[in-house]
Design a protein around this ligand. Sequence first.
Ligand code: UD1
Ligand code: CA
Length: 448
Amino acid sequence: MLAIAILAAGKGTRMKSSLPKVLHPLAGKSLIDRVLSSTEGLKPSRKLIVVGHQANLVEDSLKNHQNLDFVLQKPQNGTGHAIQQLIPKLQGFNGELLVLNGDVPLLKEKTLSSLLKYHKESNASVTFLSSSLEAPTGYGRVFTNESGLVKNIVEEKDCTNEQRKNKLINAGIYCFDWQQLSDVLNLLSNQNSQNEIYLTDTISLLKKALHFEVDNPFEIKGINNRLQLSECEHYIQEKLKSLWMSKGVSFIDPISCSLSEDSSFGTDVIIEPQTHLRGKCNIGNGCHLGPGSVITNSTLAENVLAIHSFINEAEVGSNTSIGPFAHIRPESNISKNSKIGNFVEIKKSIIDEGTKINHLSYIGDSTLGKNINIGAGTITANFDGRNKHRTIIDDYSKTGANSVLVAPIKIGSHVTIGAGSTISKDIPDKSLVVERSKAIIRTKTNER
Ligand code: UD1
Ligand code: CA
């Protein structure tokens, strides 16, 4: 039987933030979400999350995960005190308790399963992840005896100068035999420099304590401050970009771009500087993104061009060109061979193939057919002050510059609307319509 506990009650003082530390994002996912996801394949029978500081926020952020048992730690008197809160919850539980610090986000599931395997095979009371670091500052130091058993862990703040030279550190990820741990949990004291009850003090009280060194020290990097957060972000981004480069994506200036782990790319995609992909994006072969584009939760078919534009929760067909300076908003579907040009905003609209909206337009709550030409400055007036209404324009129609279409409205196919018209009634197929006041022309007297 396996139970997992994630420690997420601390404030994260060193972050200097109003947001709890474990909710800070890395490549778009919070630290705690990452830690929890790394345990999914282990199929634990219990998942306990220790919350305290801004507990509601932390709980809300994990709404999408199932079968979580939140345990409140108030006040937060240290990591050992956090685990003491589990005693009533785990009455009668017999098995391993895997404890994870909520601020160690790069852990791989494989490492956790190796830890569990090693722990069981060695019949240990506790086995925890360790690493030998060139720069061990900030971590608890691990001391072993001649036979390799761990004697104790000393927090950096409690180390003597001599002890601080030890480079073997505690990663904050432990597999405990719960029965043995619960026997010693109440023996902990807070007689240390931080006056906290340390989970690490259980190590010297347990019969057989082992450490398990990880291969890649980055995996166990703990985040206490913004510098460490940015180092982890950099690490994730480097890995993601080199992965996609190896699969045929070009980055002109990789350092200025960022990707999400849930995005995927075809081959011969070119990503220009200052371009960012967020959430779940699917980018087809031959797309050319940026410079300066931000694409979120969107699907782009092949050979889409998107320069200096925002595309959010939209679908774009092949050979369509977006921008420069276009804003495609959620629930928009733009078909192939279309063109959405300079300073154009599209919201919740379906646009069929070959349609061009080249300059200075707002198209919202609309359905546009094929091969339409929307003149510069055309606006769909979709909002009457209370409700939103739809605009429909059928194939091959053209709107003149500065047309306003007052929704709800249906413009038929092959319609031409004269420039400067405000149209507020339906227009049948194959019509020419102009709505414009007559120009008054007089000769000026007294003109010098
Ligand atoms: C801890 C370890 C240290 C280890 C390091 C690895 C202890 C005493 N020290 O130090 O040996 O090298 O992690 O990254 O455990 N938390 C609670 N309740 C509390 C205090 C903390 O839930 O009362 C949570 C925090 O939200 C955080 C985690 O426990 O997610 C670790 O706490 P933190 O204060 O960052 O411990 P470190 O000083 O990094
Ligand atoms: Ca920490």
